[in-house]
Design a protein around this ligand. Structure first.
Ligand code: ADP
Length: 374
């Protein structure tokens, strides 16, 4: 009998998990409150509204594609012993203060931070940390809910809603991430380190392998594996890092799931992050995470479907397109992405720039506007 995997959340990550792993003979059930969620369109069973109990009932294993999922569903799946990975990571990810405190308390390198509970403590944080990024602990993602204080004049931007996480502003040299997969026996395979480029706080494009020193690449991988072990994680885990100009590496955040910065593995790695996540949570042997060729992705953010654009993108050698089929376009919304492979990193960067200019022209700010202007 085919195994039945239930996915909480029906976004593009669930869509790609299903399309990449259906070949294994697995059946997929999807729950999302929104009946138009992309993964519902390719699921073997669709569960909308509050029908998640039924999904849990009918699944052998339940996983999630996004950490902001219904907590009642997570707790019920866990009480039946079906949830993979466990709920600890979801609990940590619901609050940036919780996540950062956990990392620091377990000895992981993170930017210096303070928890701020009053207007006086806002001033204190600026006095102690210098340049500060204030972050709302809950409901923030893709750069939302962040306030940069680079000088006295910026203090007025900080909302008087507490608590806030006050983090030192890091002089970032590069942003990189490690995507890894861990089995329930504790075996871990890491993908090559990925280099990530953001625009207005959201991932715009990624390149793998990252152009960083071997020693830095080794260090971030070692830290990511240690975190996966500490969390006793099962499935894919992604750890995002800042590499500073002085060569320090700091964890920015982690995602207990497949991740946008791992989309290059769809055509760039022997086995993709999506298939490896499914293999791990179903106790199947893990697949090779080796890089086949230098690979990258360009996110299509806030752009409407346009066949002419897709034609021009596909005419660039080494590209393929994933369009997620979302019902509505909004500025910054992840509508699709382009996979790119090349024979070397220089060629990859050239192709990536070509794709960026086809997708956005000279007008990226129109599609990827800052949060406060959307
Ligand atoms: P989100 O959870 O909304 O994605 P992050 O905390 O990951 O937010 O931050 C998004 C981006 O903002 C980062 O990738 C980085 O470019 C920038 N950023 C976040 N924190 C800092 C910091 N302490 N110093 C400098 N830049 C930062």
């Amino acid at each position: 009998m085919s195994k039945v995997l239930g996915i909480l959340g029906g976004g593009q990550l669930g869509l790609m998990m299903i399309m990449e792993s259906r070949k294994l003979g697995v059946k997929f059930l999807v729950h999302d409150e929104d009946p138009e969620a992309p993964a519902l369109g390719v699921a073997d069973g669709k569960f909308v509204g509050d029908s998640w109990r039924e999904l849990i009932d009918k699944s052998d294993v339940v996983t999630f594609e996004f950490e902001h999922v219904n907590l009642n569903a997570v707790n019920l799946a866990e009480s039946f012993g079906k949830l993979r990975p466990g709920s600890l990571t979801i609990w940590l990810k619901q609050d940036k203060i919780r996540e950062k405190s956990f990392l620091r308390d377990h000895g992981f390198p993170v930017p210096r931070f303070m928890i701020v509970n009053s207007p006086e403590e806002v001033d204190k944080a600026v006095n102690q940390l210098g340049r500060v990024v204030f972050k709302e602990p809950q409901g923030a993602y893709d750069g939302k809910g962040q306030y940069y204080v680079m000088g006295e004049g910026d203090l007025g931007k900080v909302p008087r809603r507490f608590p806030l996480l006050a983090e030192e502003f890091v002089d970032i040299y590069k942003e990189v991430s490690v995507v890894l997969v861990r089995s329930s026996d504790g075996d871990v395979l890491t993908y090559p380190v990925t280099e990530n480029y953001h625009y207005n706080g959201i991932l715009l494009y990624s390149i793998a392998p990252a152009e960083v020193d071997e020693e830095v690449a080794g260090r971030v991988k070692e830290i990511a594996v240690r975190l996966a072990d500490t969390l006793n994680h099962v499935g894919v885990l992604t750890v995002e890092f800042f590499v500073t100009r002085s060569g320090e590496v700091l964890i920015n955040e982690f995602a207990p799931r497949v991740h946008n910065s791992g989309h290059w593995t769809l055509i760039g790695a022997a086995v993709s992050q999506f298939e490896n996540h499914v293999r791990a949570v179903l106790d199947l042997p893990l697949g090779s995470t080796e890089l086949q060729r230098p690979s990258g992705i360009v996110n299509m953010l806030g752009v409407p479907y346009n066949e002419e654009v897709i034609r021009r993108v596909l005419a660039v050698p080494g590209t393929s397109v994933w369009w997620y089929g979302k019902a509505k376009v909004r500025p910054r919304r992840k509508m699709g992405h382009v996979n790119i492979v090349a024979n070397n990193v220089d060629e990859l960067r050239k192709r990536t720039n070509e794709v960026l200019s086809i997708v956005y022209g000279n007008d990226i700010g129109r599609y990827v506007s800052p949060w406060n202007l959307t």
